[in-house]
Design a protein around this ligand. Structure first.
Ligand SMILES: Nc1nc2c(ncn2[C@@H]2O[C@H](COP(=O)(O)OP(=O)(O)OP(=O)(O)O)[C@@H](O)[C@H]2O)c(=O)[nH]1
Ligand SMILES: [Mg+2]
Length: 482
């Protein structure tokens, strides 16, 4: 037999041989029902395709700016504004980040104490010439004991980080119970930890790491989101050490050591020591405000979809927000996203005028922000893209200037202008506007907002305006309104 004589498909589909009339009747009925179901699915798909064609395409927003400028915080505001329920359902994961932030603050303090006390102990002539200052940083017995008791927290940090990095992996079975933490050798601790920030790769589904299984959960609105029975929950250790944490943060030598090292912990992201009672309380669940202030450094580029729905729950519009990592080494990853965006929100943290860039200690953070702004504005790929500037962290700027830090000491061109918030912010606004005017390939409007991304109310007011503007703009582009 030639192969062409055999049709395996026809053979498979052919009715069984010796089929009785009754069997035939059943088969035909079954086939008719299957065809009806299949036609219905096809119709449904076709209706959805038509609907998708009629609906405007998703609005795409790219968040840009240096590390710690407030990109991820702006994204959180957007999510809270548009999908509050879904966002709040992730509180268990943000709780873990707040806890890691607390532990990081403790680590910075312990490092500062160690550095300052070794400087005080140093027999160098410089140390002895400033002996009064050095003496004040000698650690008393109380502080030494506190330090010993708080070291186990650093172990908790590692456990949580491992879990966030690979939420689906099983943790090592021998995770010690909170009360049985041993204190490792100090040398090991300091070799292993050097002030690294909490980072989780955007591609890892870290938010599932601390969320209770959905099938067990009864609501998103209560404490149900946290698995309170979890033996590896860092909350128990933090609760146990709450009094130590309180005493550490209240200790004058701690503040002297931080000042000695030029560290202003209160201004940095993820600072919760002023609320230690709340964040270490039993059954602590972060508020919206805590979630906005929790610091988690972004690695890579993460796409977030935010859907707007009408009162009937139908999706009316989709926003795709791209949150990038702002560290210098991550900036080359921004470029592939440039040609397809409806809007860029560029964040410049203007409170950072007196700080240096972590990745290049000679570079001022304000100069770095201005340099990225210039290159974004000048980029031909982006010449038709709406760009909105957020001069962010105005709350910190205001507090800094009020505390007496002089803007002109860091920005010489500021000259003799008054050292107050209005003058300094107006000056920076003018400088960024001038860059836009000089560097843009074609003339464009300057959209600028003074923001504090941790202030939910004011940020959401700004975002609401941007959302409406983009929707109007987008509908016009899609030809749906004139
Ligand atoms: N006080 C204050 N804190 C802010 C403001 N905006 C952001 N923060 C905090 O600053 C920290 C850094 O903000 P992020 O949003 O993580 O910064 P980012 O730009 O995403 O940084 P990368 O992910 O490293 O690129 C977080 O702890 C925020 O809560 C602000 O306007 N005021
Ligand atoms: Mg980020």
């Amino acid at each position: 037999m030639r192969s062409i004589d055999v049709d395996p498909l026809a053979e498979a589909l052919a009715p069984p041989q010796n089929e009785s009339p009754e069997q035939r009747h059943h088969r035909v009925l079954k086939e008719r029902a299957a065809k009806k179901a299949s036609d219905e699915i096809d119709d449904q798909l076709s209706r959805e395709r038509q609907q998708a064609k009629r609906q405007p395409k998703p609005v795409k927003i790219l968040l840009l700016g240096q590390s710690e400028s407030g990109k991820s915080t702006t994204l959180k505001n957007f999510q809270l504004m548009c999908e509050p329920k879904a966002f709040r359902a992730e509180r268990a994961s943000w709780r873990a980040i707040v806890q890691l932030n607390v532990i990081r603050s403790v680590r910075i303090i312990l490092d500062a104490l160690t550095a300052s006390s070794s400087a005080a102990d140093s027999p160098s002539p410089r140390a002895s010439s400033s002996s009064r200052d050095s003496h004040s940083l000698r650690l008393d017995a109380d502080l030494l004991a506190l330090r010993m008791r708080l070291f186990p927290l650093l172990e908790v940090h590692d456990t949580v980080m491992r879990r966030l990095a690979s939420p689906s992996d099983d943790l090592p079975p021998a995770s010690p119970s909170p009360s049985s933490f041993r204190t490792p050798a100090l040398s090991t601790i300091f070799r292993r930890r050097t002030g690294k920030e909490v980072t989780v790769n955007s591609n890892v589904p870290w938010k599932t790491a601390f969320m209770r299984d959905g099938s067990e959960r009864e609501s998103f609105a209560t404490q149900d989101v946290v698995d309170w029975e979890d033996p590896t929950d860092p909350g128990m250790v933090l609760h146990e050490r709450a009094e130590d944490l309180r005493r550490l943060w209240a200790h004058p030598t701690v503040h002297a050591a931080l000042e000695h090292q030029g560290i202003r912990l209160q201004e940095s992201g993820g600072f919760f020591l002023d609320e230690i009672d709340v964040v270490t309380s039993q059954r602590y669940v972060p508020t919206d405000d805590h979630i906005l202030r929790a610091r988690l450094k972004t690695l890579g580029v993460a796409e977030h979809r935010v859907r707007l729905t009408d009162p009937n729950g139908h999706i009316t519009r989709e926003f795709r927000i791209f949150d990038v990592g702002g560290h210098r080494s991550l900036r080359p990853k921004w470029v592939p996203y440039f040609d397809d965006m409806n809007c860029i929100i560029f964040l410049a943290p203007i409170s950072a005028f007196d700080q240096k860039l972590e990745e290049e200690p000679e570079m001022s953070r304000l100069a770095d922000s201005a340099a990225i702004w210039t290159s974004i504005i000048a980029n031909k790929l982006l010449q038709n893209t709406n760009i909105i500037l957020f001069l962010n962290k105005i709350d910190i700027l205001e507090a800094k200037l009020r505390s007496g830090i002089r803007f002109a000491d860091y920005v010489a061109s500021y000259g003799k202008r008054p050292n107050d918030f209005d003058s300094a912010s107006r000056y920076m606004r003018k400088q960024f506007a001038a860059i836009l005017k000089d560097s843009s390939p074609i003339p464009r409007l300057f959209y600028c907002h003074l923001t504090s991304a941790v202030n939910m109310k004011s940020t959401q007011f700004v975002l609401l305006g941007i959302k409406d503007m983009l929707m109007q703009h987008h509908l016009k582009q899609s030809g749906l309104i004139i």
